[in-house]
Structures are given as C-alpha cells and as structure tokens.
Design a protein around this ligand. Structure first.
Ligand code: NAD
Ligand code: ZN
Length: 389
C-alpha cells in the first residue's frame, strides 16, 4: 500500500509498504478515507523526536472504514465508519480507568526506551517514534488500530469526514486545553499560537464561556482566522510587545487564563532541525521556554496556565519564582482523547461547532511530502491539511 514514510530531517516520502495485519486479537484494520497533518508531525519532520527510524509510517489523525477486526474486538464491526484517537490506550490499567488515557501504562511496548530517554513512559501514540510504541501511523491507505474497543468512535451520522476527523486529536486537544485553563464566565483568555490547536483552544474557550479571547501569533492568515471564527482580539508578536499589549488590554491585571498552544518550536528561539542523536540530545537539554516565560509574566495573579503545546526534555529557564509567588496553576499533558469523543461529537452534531473551518488544503496522499513542507514553512496560507489516500 501507499504510505507517507519518515527518512530523516525534513525528508518525508510516499512509499510502498506492506499492508498492516491483525497482530493482537484486540486489533482492527481500517481503510483510511481522510488523514490530517498535525503540528506534532512537524516535531518528527524537523527531527526533534528521538526514536524515529528510517521508513516509519507517519500520521496520527486518521479516520476510515473498518475492514477487519480481531476476534476479541466487541464494539466494532466491518463496515463501521470510525475516527481514531492518536492516543493508544488499553482501557483497563489504573490510568485508563481514571480517564487518563494518554498516560496508559500498557500501550507502550517500548516503555523502557522512553524511560531511558525521557525519564518516564507515557502511552503509546499512533505514528510517533519508537520511544512511544513505534506504531505505524495513519497517513497511509490502511492502519492497524490497537485496542480497537478503547479508541475509535463510530460515526453514525452522514457528517462529512472534514467535520468529524479532528476528533482524532486537535479538537479534543484544544478543548482539554481550555478545560485545563479552568475558564469561568467573564474571563479573559490569552492563547499563544493560532495554529490548529490554538484555533480549537479559542473555539473551546468560547464554548466554555470565556468573555474575551486574545490570540497571539505572527502569521496574518492565522490571526485573521482567530478574529473571524473565534471573535478574538489579536496580537502580532513580531510587531508588538506581547506583554505590554496584554497589560494594556486587561487594565494592567493580565489575562485570567493563559494557553500555550505553541510548545517547543517557539518562533525566534533558533531551533533547528536535528535528525542526528547529538543534536537531538542538545535540543532536549537546551533552555527554550520562550512562550512559557511570556505567559507566566503576563498571567494575572492567581490565574491559570494551560499547556497543550508539546515540550521535549528540559526547560530550566521557567521562572519558578513568579510562577509560585503569583500562585499560578499550571495544567498540561498529552490529550486524553477518548474522554472527549462522545461529548465533542455531540457539539458537532448539534451544530454548535463546525470543525472544518480550519481546513485550508485537501490533497491526495501522494502530495504528502509537498504538504509537509508547505505546512512547516506556513506557506500558501496553510493552516490544516487533509490528505486522502
Ligand atoms: P502549528 O505549528 O501549526 O502552530 C503553532 C503556531 O504557533 C504557529 O502558528 C506559530 O506561528 C505560532 N508561534 C510560534 N512561536 C510563537 C510565539 N512565540 N508566540 C505566539 N505564537 C507563536 O501547530 P499546531 O498543530 O497548532 O500544534 C501546536 C502545538 O500543540 C504543537 O506543539 C503540537 O505538538 C501540540 N499538540 C499537542 C497535543 C497534545 O496532546 N497536548 C496534541 C496535538 C498537538
Ligand atoms: Zn496531532
């Protein structure tokens, strides 16, 4: 089958790879109908993520039709139309039972490798590095879905793919970010990063009752999308002093809730791609929490900082003094996607939100390599790309 495969720093190719097969009785195989490229894929693309191997199949935002189920699968049938979460979760460990799906204790067969490199072992993730399970991803014609009873949500309605696909990751991610920010009515919420995750954090802040949203980025189309679809006030961090502007907009008190939807690649910190081990290690140990510093400085006393943006390794320059003395609550984590599937599907079905507003590009899978480059460079107004095999 055709699949997008990783071959090193900024080297994604379309390759012929073997079709996936049922390995465990709890697996299902789906035929992909739509699959998106995520900001998290860019961490792999740019070579920041240890544990990638030549030929790894990418992609963790897939949906499609079930074509085969293992003999222990109870909730899915051949022919079901499903969206698949990027978090692989067993459903029965202590963490899954407490709905902390992205911290599942059983779904990462390479937990030991993760512990050696990161000091802890999170859940397995589809289409990520071997450190996170080494599961082949969904930017392909077919995908093996492990623990098929725990993740995929069946879509019964005839909503088009582009309206439900983002349940796989970025809608729940934006939603958990807003939920973690503990938004109350009347709150002013500042969101750093107007990529897809930032856009869904803004939408979700609105769903949760935020009074004002201030969105920060440098890319004009993304700021425009935040204004148009999220009714946000915007700050261009390249031409304005973010802290000064936030103080001005909040009567010197600072935003009540701050969301870092940028993560490790903060623009202007000089991060370069790094496929080789030494560079990766250096990257993981460098201090680059640029957005975090700005958010802690700006957040109002007693406010909340929610961090959906992905960080790898250390960031010793986090200003712990102000964080402590301003009594700021910090919440973060990979998204517990399974927790949000049913309620968020309901918001889509009831017309409260149409997630397809972020889609700027729909292309055949064969154009994947080109679209990785376009998305990475933020060229051509690219905010979210859906690929179809
Ligand atoms: P993206 O790369 O499209 O968006 C990032 C945006 O941040 C860009 O628009 C960029 O211009 C902006 N930015 C960069 N530096 C900034 C700064 N200093 N201030 C303000 N904005 C700045 O990526 P995305 O798909 O939106 O993902 C965003 C982050 O969320 C990534 O780190 C991604 O890995 C992470 N993510 C986390 C989860 C999770 O489970 N927690 C899930 C999906 C994605
Ligand atoms: Zn993603």
């Amino acid at each position: 089958m055709r699949a997008l495969t990783w071959h090193g720093e900024q080297d994604v190719r379309v390759s012929d790879v073997p079709e996936p097969e049922i390995v465990n009785p709890t697996d299902a195989i789906i035929e992909i109908t739509a699959t998106a490229i995520c900001g998290s894929d860019l961490h792999l693309y740019n070579g920041y993520m240890p544990g990638m191997r030549e030929g790894d199949v990418l992609g963790h935002e897939p949906m499609g039709e079930v074509v085969e189920v293992g003999e222990a699968v109870e909730t899915l049938e051949v022919g079901d139309r499903v969206v698949v979460p990027f978090t692989v979760s067993c459903g029965s460990c202590w963490f899954c039972e407490n709905e902390l799906y992205s911290l599942c204790d059983n779904s990462n067969p390479n937990a030991e490798m993760a512990r050696k490199i990161m000091g802890h072992s999170p859940a397995g993730l589809l289409g990520f590095s071997h450190m996170l399970g080494g599961y082949a991803g969904g930017q392909a014609e077919y995908l093996r879905v492990p623990y098929a009873d725990v993740g995929p949500i069946v879509i019964e309605s005839d909503l088009p793919d582009e309206q439900v696909l983002f349940l796989s990751d970025i809608f729940p991610t934006g939603y958990m970010a807003a939920e973690n920010a503990e938004i109350e009515d009347e709150d002013t919420v500042a969101v750093w990063g107007c990529g897809p995750v930032g856009q869904f954090a803004i939408q979700s802040a609105r769903l949760l009752g935020a009074d004002r949203v201030i969105a920060i980025d440098r890319i004009s189309e993304r700021l425009e999308m935040a204004r148009e679809h999220g009714d946000a006030e915007t700050i261009d961090f390249e031409s304005e002093d973010v802290y000064e502007r936030l103080m001005e907009l909040t009567g010197d008190r600072g935003p009540d809730r701050c969301i870092d939807a940028v993560g490790t690649e903060a623009h202007g910190t000089g991060v370069v791609g790094a496929a080789d081990q030494a560079k990766q290690r250096a990257h993981l140990q460098e201090d680059r929490p640029h957005v975090l510093r700005q958010a802690i400085k700006s957040c109002r006393k007693g406010g909340t900082l929610s961090v959906p943006g992905v960080y790898l390794g250390r960031g010793d320059n986090v200003p712990l003094g102000p964080l402590m003395n301003k009594a700021i609550t910090v919440k973060t984590g990979q998204t517990h996607v399974q927790r949000y599937l049913d309620p968020l599907l309901e918001t889509i079905e009831e017309g409260e939100i149409d997630p397809s507003f972020v889609v700027t590009h729909q292309e055949p899978l064969e154009k994947g390599p080109e679209m990785y480059e376009t998305f990475n460079e933020k060229d051509d107004g690219c905010i979210k790309t859906i690929l179809t095999p």
